[in-house]
Design a protein around this ligand. Structure first.
Ligand SMILES: O[C@H]1[C@H](O)[C@@H](O)[C@H](O)[C@@H](O)[C@H]1O
Length: 554
């Protein structure tokens, strides 16, 4: 992309503080100006969409497995898949995502953010091809594991890449584009699964198709820049300035914004270097492996020992943990099983309605996240999830599904043989509506907000912090995937959904207590806020003031 692609971000009749126009802005003025930006501009949209393709692959590769499993039949190792085969094929992806995210978190500081997206693309292509051509169960597990490593790397680096490039006023919305791609990828996966599941060897196409967007993204990425924050960090300030000029465009007052961002990043790096000197980090021996290890070790200690970093880590891991432990992915992986058990005549189509609701309400999040703020969205959407889960638990109770009937092999009989009495249509409708309400509440809040994680951390520990939070996400994902069916058996469906409702209550309390409002704050300002404490009251007041100010400017 060229400079010409950048368009003015602020309408020409806007007023600016005098000093901001002349490049002598204070941090506060920069903030005031950013709240007057009217659109992110073509350049940043292009970057976001191109990077977002990784989200599509994340959604596609995690969503496609349910239809793949029911279509493989005897084409692997000349036998039907056992329950163990199915579990290993499914959980190898989330397990390798869990392993890969901390590792690439370290690499993203050494090689840059964009390089990690490139590496993830190579893994996506390799994993898709290994799966498509595998003839044995173990070959398939290897393919799923390679895809898992790709998903783990991409899921943490893409939101961070977008966060570090986006102007503060649109950061939430632009990061949410990658969530839109994830949920869109899941819809595509369900649709592709539905189309190919009846064809001979259709599953090979299902898993192989994932290679295509990855290959396209790999080629496009060469035209994309590194993030300005990373460039300043590695001493390429002029290059960072050129990227920021493209991000902010050529409108009036833009050079002041560019200078403001560079100054804040510089300041943060200087403070970090001073702190590192205080901790006696050996700078001279930067190149030896021992020294590199000691730097990673130092970063980890810095993450957990420095108050602001620790608070950021707690919030990011907490939100990612709740995103998974509230049980959403049990629907993603097993909704077809549940709907078949309940006697729906087209369970895969009914599952598609879950994926579509998820996509539609992620779009609502996209519109609301910077306007309403992350905190307010979570505090109002989690109670909706809670209500919907309690409603589903009640409906399951009245449908009296016997626990043993929840084992997947029972799910193949239609009409369902396991129900004591024919399901009552009223409660079936209640379950379907309640699950959709739950998904809607999830997509608006917990499904989207935790991916804003990168904004919580200062540059020095952003990569490692985001990676650890992403690993928490994948740990929760693996746990829910492994425990859902046993919980349905042991606790009954009513008990299982009540447990997820309990998680929502705890999540609401924790968000209310410790999650500050970060919408509209510059990345460097979030770090300062958390350095002083949780900053909940202060940040909410600041957010309201910024809203009033940008309302007045518009
Ligand atoms: O944010 C995403 C999204 O909500 C997906 O639908 C879900 O499957 C993922 O686990 C989550 O991380």
């Amino acid at each position: 992309m060229t400079d010409a692609a950048a368009e003015p971000l602020i309408s020409s009749n806007r007023g600016y503080p005098h000093d901001a126009r002349h490049g002598e802005d204070s941090a506060e003025d920069v903030e005031a100006d950013e709240s007057a930006l009217v659109s992110p501009g073509l350049f940043i949209w292009g970057l976001t969409i191109c990077a977002g393709v990784s989200g599509l692959l994340f959604g596609y590769d995690t969503g496609v497995i349910s239809s793949t499993l029911i279509s493989i039949d005897t084409s692997l190792s000349h036998r039907s898949l056992t329950t163990l085969d199915k579990s290993l094929i499914t959980s190898s992806t989330s397990f390798f995502a869990l392993l890969a995210s901390p590792l690439t978190g370290i690499l993203a500081d050494a090689l840059g953010r964009r390089s990690i997206i490139l590496i993830a693309d190579i893994l996506f292509v390799a994993g898709a091809l290994i799966q498509a051509f595998s003839t044995t169960v173990s070959g398939m597990i290897v393919g799923r594991s390679v895809v898992g490593a790709a998903v783990g790397s991409a899921s943490f680096v893409v939101p961070m890449y977008i966060s570090e490039l986006a102007p503060s006023a649109f950061r939430g919305r632009l990061v949410t584009v990658s969530s839109l791609f994830i949920t869109g990828g899941q819809v595509v996966a369900y649709t592709v699964g539905w189309i190919f599941s009846t064809r001979a060897h259709g599953w090979r196409w299902m898993v192989g198709l994932g290679a295509l967007p990855a290959a396209i993204q790999f080629c496009l990425l060469f035209a994309l820049p590194e993030t300005p924050r990373y460039l300043v960090k590695v001493g390429r300030k002029e290059h960072a300035r050129r990227v920021l000029r493209k991000v902010y465009g050529k409108g009036e007052g833009m050079e002041a914004l560019v200078n403001g961002v560079l100054r804040r990043v510089d300041k943060e790096i200087r403070e970090e270097e001073e702190a590192a000197d205080d901790r006696n980090v050996a700078q001279a021996a930067k190149t030896s492996w021992k020294a590199k290890f000691s730097r990673v070790n130092d970063k980890f200690l810095q993450l957990v020992n420095v108050g602001g970093n620790r608070r950021a880590l707690i919030i990011a891991c907490m939100l990612q943990g709740f995103q998974q432990l509230c049980g959403f992915n049990s629907l993603m992986y097993f909704s077809a099983t549940i709907f078949r058990l309940l006697g729906f005549s087209s369970p895969t189509l009914t599952s598609l309605s879950i994926a579509l609701t998820n996509l539609a309400f992620t779009l609502v999040a996209f519109h609301a996240i910077d306007r309403l703020g992350r905190r307010r969205i979570l505090l109002s959407s989690i109670p909706v999830m809670l209500l919907a889960l309690l409603l589903s638990a009640t409906a399951f109770h009245f449908l009296a599904l016997p626990p043993a009937a929840t084992a997947p092999e029972h799910a193949s009989t239609h009409p369902p043989q396991h129900l004591a009495a024919p399901p009552r249509p009223f409660w079936l409708v209640v379950i379907l509506l309640a699950l959709m309400l739950y998904v809607a509440g999830y997509a608006v809040g917990l499904g989207t907000v935790p991916w804003q994680q990168a904004e919580l951390f200062p540059l020095a520990v952003r990569s490692l912090g985001s990676a650890l939070a992403t690993a928490t996400n994948w740990a929760g994902n693996t746990l829910v995937g492994l425990t859902f069916l046993p919980m349905m058996d042991v606790l009954t469906p009513t008990g299982t959904f009540a447990v997820y409702a309990g998680v929502c209550v705890v999540a609401w309390g924790c968000v209310w207590r410790v999650y500050p409002e970060t919408a509209g704050l510059g990345l460097e300002d979030v770090a300062r806020l958390l350095a002083r404490g949780w900053g909940v009251g202060e940040s909410v007041e600041g957010f309201e003031a910024r809203r009033r100010r940008s309302g007045a400017l518009r």
